[in-house]
Design a protein around this ligand. Structure first.
Ligand code: CP3
Length: 655
């Protein structure tokens, strides 16, 4: 996905760095509409702060409530524009100071002061009032309230109701710019499609959002603006600006994982036209796009018969699917194992509210994170959000994901009796996965493939037998060697449910399926041939032929020829195999997926590019190459490097 706004109109509300923003947008082939929305207020002009200082010096302030750390610091600076710090500090010492939480306390400490009292957590208004009522009744007192950003008339009224005389002390850092012309012009571009219709709106601070709406309210155009934003793709630099956007009643269409202006422009340029098209199609289909989720987006032909892209793509156009069939593609398709995961801020936000199992079992959420990864990365395939160990539950095993430990099975299988005690699995117990696939497929761009998956029997067995992760698979191998009949009985049980499970995923809409044999590399070729191959072959033979199968393992290139015997349209390998050699060995009648070392994601864009190039060189443009990591992304890998990898594959392989 190139960094390209495709000549569309991009509004920026940045003020101080407006020139830089315009350059960034132009460099990404966008037409900038620059609308500075704020100006810094010189501190010496903060008349309210100075008036407060004078009241304080004359002993007329009994109580000072400090609401924020930033505001406290700014207040001190504003006063310092005219008076000595010592004088201010001295005057404050004879006042009762109430700090709303720890941040004003830190700011006060910089002045050499401490508050009389600190409002306890969660430092809300209610906490403030109950602290005052218990320890410092305000009846008959003069109470100054430091305000930052915006005033809180309700708080003032509540204090007045308690018999206080309230002196609001607003300290501003930002005011509307003197010339509102550019801001009004931008607003017109957003509201009026016939003017220079705005396609993107980029917010790089929360104040920009509030100022835009302040002007809209003053001009009586608030509701028009809200409606107009339903057709405009909204980018936010980070969580604070995003909160302000949502507070106005809008949706954030994109927030980069790294909160930087340059990342916002770059990623919006890369993802933007897709997001814009989605949002406008959804809007044309009657969806309230000021309050929408990815799963609301259904790809249906636009009723006016005119899609923004000028046509409806189909799965036949999918580069990923073509590569699975070894057909030529305009570039090497790429997707990434664990592309939805803890390295993403948006994923973590969801995971804070639900456990991993709850996430997997709530189809709307699972679909949302699946789609989110595609939106953010611009990959050629989605992989349904689920886990290879979910199938253990219908088998009667107790699955848990323990923080710091990974998956745990509390009743591991070690003996023949244990195997015989396993429940006859009912695949319907996994219907939440099928539902997630249905929702995802409906919302996904038609030319992006959706991959369903299952663990391969050895890898699942290793968890079932060990009870969790393992280094040497001692108990697993011990069962294999000591009690072949039990081993094969366990494998047979698994193959049965895995075939059904994968076929149900295909029936629900998965375009391709992957078998993850992540840990089978621990076996030698003879063991693979005897204990694993027949079962994997049985599964692959049982899978509906309409969907290509990716047979994936890691760690042991010596197994590759046997994996090919087991079957699969695509053989997935990791960085330990030399791609050129492995492919020669496998033969040209199979596609290959791989194989960069994920550790490269810790390095730099230059190193990522050079390693991507090396792998593309080994694939040498043979049809049937799918790019992937040899393993999942770790939570501490920089998200911008993941996007960089995807870009590098697309750009360097373009034919
Ligand atoms: O985006 C995707 O790739 C789709 C989702 C997916 C998950 N697990 C979600 C998940 C996929 C394809 C898997 C497969 C999987 N699960 C494998 C094979 C792939 C591989 O990495 O080789 C394996 C071995 C498992 C079993 C499993 N599940 C492990 C070892 C862990 C890690 C435990 C940990 O705490 O790191 C999990 C948990 C898990 N499954 C996560 C994700 C995104 C971790 C994130 C979380 O807890 O939210």
């Amino acid at each position: 996905m190139p960094i390209d706004f495709k000549g569309l109109n991009v509004v920026s509300f940045e003020s101080r760095k407006s020139t830089e923003m315009a350059e960034l947008i132009k460099a990404a082939s966008g037409k900038p509409i620059i609308a500075p929305s704020m100006q810094e207020v010189a501190l010496e002009h903060n008349t309210e702060a100075l008036a407060f200082a004078e009241l304080l010096f004359s002993g007329k302030i009994d109580v000072l409530i400090l609401m924020t750390g930033v505001g406290t610091r700014l207040l001190a600076k504003a006063v310092a524009a005219k008076y000595l710090n010592e004088k201010f500090a001295q005057a404050l010492e004879s006042t009762q100071i109430v700090a709303l939480g720890p941040k004003p306390v830190i700011a006060l400490r910089e002045l050499g002061l401490a508050p009389t009292m600190i409002v306890p957590k969660p430092n809300t208004w209610t906490d403030l009032l109950s602290t005052l009522d218990q320890r410092l009744p305000v009846q008959g007192k003069t109470v100054a309230v430091q305000e930052y950003g915006h005033s809180d008339p309700e708080l003032i009224k509540t204090l007045e109701d308690r018999g206080a005389k309230v002196v609001p002390v607003p300290v501003y850092r930002w005011a509307l710019p003197e010339d509102l012309g550019p801001l009004r012009h931008a607003m017109k571009c957003i509201i009026d499609e016939d003017a220079q219709g705005a396609d993107f709106a980029l917010f790089t601070s929360s104040t920009q959002v509030r100022h835009l709406f302040d002007v809209a309210k003053a001009d009586g155009k608030e509701s028009q603006l809200l409606d107009a934003f339903k057709r405009v793709c909204i980018g936010s630099v980070g969580p604070v600006a995003s909160r302000a956007i949502v507070e106005q009643g809008l949706a954030v269409d994109y927030e980069p994982d790294t909160p930087k202006m340059s990342h916002l422009v770059r990623e919006m340029a890369r993802r933007g036209s897709d997001l814009l098209r989605k949002k406008r199609t959804a809007f044309q289909n009657g969806i309230d796009t000021n309050n929408w989720k990815r799963i609301h987006m259904a790809w249906q032909p636009d009723p006016k018969g005119q899609n923004v892209s000028g046509g409806q793509p189909t799965i036949e156009d999918s580069a990923f699917m073509k590569a699975c069939r070894r057909e030529p593609t305009p570039y090497t398709p790429v997707w990434i194992m664990r592309q939805a995961g803890r390295y993403q801020r948006e994923y973590l936000k969801i995971r804070k509210k639900v456990t991993l199992l709850e996430l997997c079992k709530t189809p709307e959420l699972a679909a949302e994170v699946t789609l989110m990864a595609v939106d953010r990365l611009g990959v050629d395939a989605a992989i349904i959000f689920a886990d290879i160990l979910l199938v253990t539950e219908p088998m009667g095993l107790g699955l848990e994901f323990v923080k710091g430990e990974g998956p745990v099975i509390d009743n591991p299988v070690r003996t023949r009796q244990d195997v015989d005690r396993l429940t006859e699995p009912d695949v319907d117990e996994l219907s939440y996965v099928f539902d997630a696939i249905r929702i995802t497929r409906r919302a996904l761009r038609p030319d992006i493939a959706l991959i369903g998956f299952a663990g391969a029997p050895f890898t699942i067995a290793s968890y079932i037998i060990e009870g969790g992760k393992s280094r040497d698979y001692a108990k697993t191998k011990a069962m294999m060697y000591r009690d072949k009949a039990t081993w094969h009985a366990l494998m047979d049980r698994m193959t049965k449910i895995l075939v059904e499970y994968l076929n149900c995923q295909i029936a629900a809409g998965a375009d391709a399926v992957q078998l993850f044999d992540s840990w089978v590399g621990a076996l030698c070729p003879d063991d693979y041939r005897q204990y694993v191959l027949p079962h994997v072959r049985h599964i692959i033979d049982g899978i509906d032929k309409s969907a290509p199968v990716i047979n994936f393992s890691t760690g042991n290139p010596a197994l590759l020829p046997l994996m090919k015997q087991a079957g699969g349209d695509v053989i997935g390998l990791d960085w330990r195999a030399d791609l050129a050699e492995a492919w020669s060995l496998l033969g040209d009648d199979v596609a290959v997926m791989g194989n960069i070392d994920p550790v490269v994601l810790y390095t730099s864009p230059e190193e990522i590019r050079s390693q991507v190039q090396a792998i593309l060189d080994k694939a040498a443009g043979r049809p049937g190459h799918i790019f992937n990591l040899g393993h999942g992304i770790s939570p501490d890998m920089p998200p911008e490097h993941v996007a960089e990898l995807v870009d590098a594959v697309h750009e360097l392989s373009a034919r």
